[in-house]
Design a protein around this ligand. Structure first.
Ligand SMILES: Cc1ncc(C[n+]2csc(CCOP(=O)(O)OP(=O)(O)O)c2C)c(N)n1
Ligand SMILES: [Mg+2]
Length: 787
């Protein structure tokens, strides 16, 4: 390794570039006016509210300047992921210096007025957030919620063989579960057909007010830890700028050359043995180059540098002086000319055109998005000669469709299926007829479907990784699906939140074209956890999802396989949403032919006329259902009612698209009040059997005319290892309870109703006795058929 690769001149310029980025960063945090310090700093030049994070920023500026050098030297296709994204001033400042910022936001031009605007807008009402937010060119990762940088980076490089993601990992961020597990991503990367991630662990020693664990273990332990995760760590340590520039440059050269060698060996030499990819540990002071001591307390190189080191120049005259000294220490007059233009001899250090990290199209995935080649989902239809025909399992049919989506897009390499070891369990196994699981660690003879490349990434038991990889994959312009047990998708509640926020904000940025939707398939759901029981019974993810902006979220409950196919076809074609699809994997009755399913799913909600008998008159009761198991129980309840109380007029309404229930003012899918009243009536009892927690239905319908008459049954946290039917009984969602609910609300059922109710109560006791004795549901339940 050449220990001093930088000529004195280049070193001098790079240091000046770094000073410029640092100057812009401090300017963003503090300055309201006087952007070039042409006159002495006054209190009026300083913002009233001082917000932002200085601590991480100079280190990230240092990294960015050095990445620019290697991009130019090696003509790299590289993007930057800022794990500690609160260092927003760094990415904003650097994209400004390289010119991309002003190209997107011409209002923030490359002159004195532009600088003033750049400074004011930061953390200012009506301006930009203080993170590597969607507004920032070149960002695919806001980094507000720490932990996902490395998974996002790997998602970005799958199937992008020429791309390198430089991923800055905060040493505090590295303590989070998602980040800790993400080091293992290197076992899933194919050096021939994927790109590379260069992690840069930013070991600045501190978080907000604590040291970091990785900074307080021995050097040897840290090195062993990273080696144990399969990386080759290179350490760059110190604080003296000149030595650090040389060390960083030498190390980056070595890392890039190592990446190139690995890729060459794999691509030209066919060597797909798992490589030990390089990574960098940058051990530099937190708040490097900032104030050393403030009010008698050390700041640079301590946790006190995390946010705004000089917090209150208004009431501390000394702080104003320190701030001016700090800003002037970067010698702005050497960096910007009289008019505020970045000096050309420095500006030329940045890469050009799309090689600039702020302009790289991979960081604006919608620009690269290509449509999926889709098979005709109707070709995978289940044959449904009559409602209630047996089906082998809804996800089974979907698996065949996904198999062919994978096959048709194998050449484009832009579709992947993700899952935490559950693709087979969720009964999507058909995909393995067309592809394999991508896995670059060792294999032994009995392994199944593992190969160095494949469309499925489901061999790591980490919902965080699945989510992070998929998000990174989507954000860089590709398509995918996350299949997961319903209960455990909660693990990524918070990651979903962040992605939904990203989608909301980017939807109104005209320079960011839309990306493919994030599709969840939640199979193995609450009602069928026969052998797993209570721990696996939790449909609450949906409640979290509907909190997010209506433009972004969609929730679907296809009641059978043909509906599932139709819904998933729609989801895979859609853009910029989060689609949640809940489906069953067990053998279950099928209700709709493909033609009927397409119509029903297009409408999202509708009367099932074949199951209703209120044609030509007002119904006495509306039996609504949403979800495969609630639909089954509702239809079984209807058949009991039809047999015992034939004079009752019953309307069956099935809901596929949950968002239809909301008013159109709340969700773009919402039914108009007129349409809602037509379906659910203005005054008749509605017995609503719902897949998940019942109160969500109330929340969605509380403004509807007939809300007071809507009576919802759903999961009420009663569960255990028991029979499928008993699960519904435990939660009062079973057919018998549904019938009793009707009788209770219809006085006209009179004595006939009272007698029927008594029989059903007896039935429930009989059911309990039967399952206790035989360990399965009664034959009349197991063999029940519609019609
Ligand atoms: C998941 C999560 N937990 C807590 C926080 C609050 N927080 C913001 S910055 C920070 C410290 C980050 O430390 P580090 O990753 O080392 O970043 P740096 O030192 O570069 O600022 C914390 C705890 C957060 N943003 N995200
Ligand atoms: Mg830190």
């Amino acid at each position: 390794m050449n220990a001093r690769p930088l000529s004195p001149e280049l070193l001098h310029k790079m240091d000046a570039y770094w000073r410029a980025a640092n100057y812009l960063s401090v300017g963003q945090i503090y300055l309201y006016d006087n952007p070039l310090l042409k006159r002495p700093l006054e209190l009026g030049d300083v913002k009233h509210m001082l917000l932002g994070h200085w601590g991480t920023t100079p280190g990230q500026n240092f990294i960015y300047v050095h990445l620019n050098r290697v991009i130019k030297k090696y003509d790299l296709d590289m993007i930057y992921v800022s794990g500690p994204g609160h260092g927003g001033p760094a990415v904003v400042g650097n994209t400004y210096l390289e010119g991309t910022y002003s190209e997107i936001y011409p209002n923030v031009g490359r002159d004195e007025e532009g600088l003033r605007r750049l400074f004011i807008q930061f953390s200012f009402p009506g301006g930009i957030p203080s993170h590597a937010s969607p507004e920032c060119p070149g960002s695919i990762h806001e980094g507000g919620e720490l932990g996902y940088s490395l998974s996002h980076s790997f998602g970005a490089v799958f199937d992008n063989p020429d791309l390198i993601v430089a991923c800055v990992v905060g040493d505090g961020e590295a303590e989070t579960g998602p980040l800790a597990t993400a080091w293992h991503s290197n076992k899933f990367l194919n050096p021939a057909s994927d790109g590379a991630v260069l992690p840069i662990l930013h070991l600045n020693g501190y978080k907000i007010s604590n040291p970091t664990v990785l900074a307080r273990i021995e050097h040897e332990e840290l090195e062993q830890l990273l080696r144990g995760y399969g990386w080759t760590p290179h350490f760059v340590e110190g604080h003296e700028p000149e030595a650090m520039h040389q060390a960083m440059a030498a190390t980056l050269d070595a890392a890039v050359e190592q990446i190139r060698r690995i890729q060459h060996d794999a691509r030209e030499g066919g060597n797909l043995t798992r490589p030990r990819w390089p990574m960098i540990v940058l051990n530099s002071p937190k708040g490097w180059t900032g104030p050393k001591v403030v009010d008698g307390l050390p700041v640079e190189g301590t946790f006190r540098a995390h946010q705004v080191p000089l917090a209150d120049p208004g009431s501390h005259p000394g702080h104003l002086k320190l701030l001016e000294e700090w800003l002037r220490s970067y010698r702005p007059q050497e960096l910007f000319d009289e008019r505020g233009r970045f000096k050309p001899e420095l500006a030329e250090l940045a890469p050009e055109g799309a090689r600039r990290m702020g302009a790289n199209p991979h960081a604006n995935g919608g620009m690269l998005l290509r449509e999926l080649r889709m098979p005709d989902f109707r070709d995978y239809a289940e044959n449904v000669p009559e409602p209630g025909s047996p089906g082998a399992g809804d996800t089974l049919a979907l698996g065949r469709f996904l198999r062919d989506v994978a096959k048709l897009n194998a050449e484009q390499r832009n579709f992947r299926v993700f899952g935490p070891d559950e693709t087979l369990s969720n009964r999507l196994g058909a995909v393995f007829e067309a592809t394999t699981r991508q896995w670059d660690a060792r294999t032994v003879p009995n392994d199944e479907f593992l190969a160095p490349s494949g469309r499925v990434l489901d061999s790591m038991l980490s919902e965080h990784q699945c989510e992070g990889w998929l998000e990174g994959y989507l954000l860089t312009g590709r398509h995918g699906l996350f299949n997961c047990y319903e209960a455990f998708i909660h693990i990524i509640d918070s990651m979903f939140n962040q992605h939904a926020k990203w989608l909301k904000v980017t939807a109104r940025l005209p320079w960011r074209p839309k990306i493919a939707s994030l599709n969840y398939l939640l199979a193995s759901h609450v009602w069928r956890q026969d052998h797993n029981g209570f721990t696996h019974q939790d449909p609450g993810f949906i409640d979290n999802v509907v909190n997010k902006k209506a433009q972004v979220v969609r929730v679907y409950f296809p009641p059978d396989a043909n509906c599932l196919l139709s819904v998933m076809d729609h989801c895979l074609r859609s853009r910029h949403y989060v689609n949640v699809v809940v489906a069953g994997k067990h053998p279950a009755p099928q209700w709709l032919t493909m033609d009927a399913a397409v119509k029903h799913c297009s409408e999202g909600i509708g009367i099932w006329q074949w199951a209703s008998n209120d044609q030509g008159s007002a119904p006495d009761v509306v039996m609504a259902c949403c979800g495969d198991v609630p639909t089954l129980e509702t239809l079984a309840a209807v058949s009991i009612l039809r047999q015992h109380l034939p004079e009752l007029k019953i309307r069956v309404v099935n809901v596929v698209d949950l968002m239809k229930l909301q008013p159109p003012s709340e969700h773009p899918h919402g039914l108009s009040d007129v349409d809602f009243d037509e379906l659910f009536t203005r005054d008749k009892p509605v017995i609503f059997a719902y897949h998940a927690y019942p109160w969500l239905i109330h929340r969605l319908t509380y403004r509807r005319t007939n809300h007071d008459n809507i009576h919802v049954r759903g999961y009420k946290e009663e569960g255990t290892i028991t029979t499928p039917f008993d699960m519904t009984v435990l939660n009062d969602l079973d057919r018998f309870h549904l019938v009793m609910d009707v009788i209770d609300r219809l006085p006209q059922t009179g004595d006939k109703g009272v007698y029927l109710k008594q029989q059903l109560k007896d039935k429930l006791i009989q059911h309990k006795q039967y399952i206790d004795k035989y360990g399965q549901d009664m034959p009349e339940i197991r063999n029940w058929k519609w019609g």
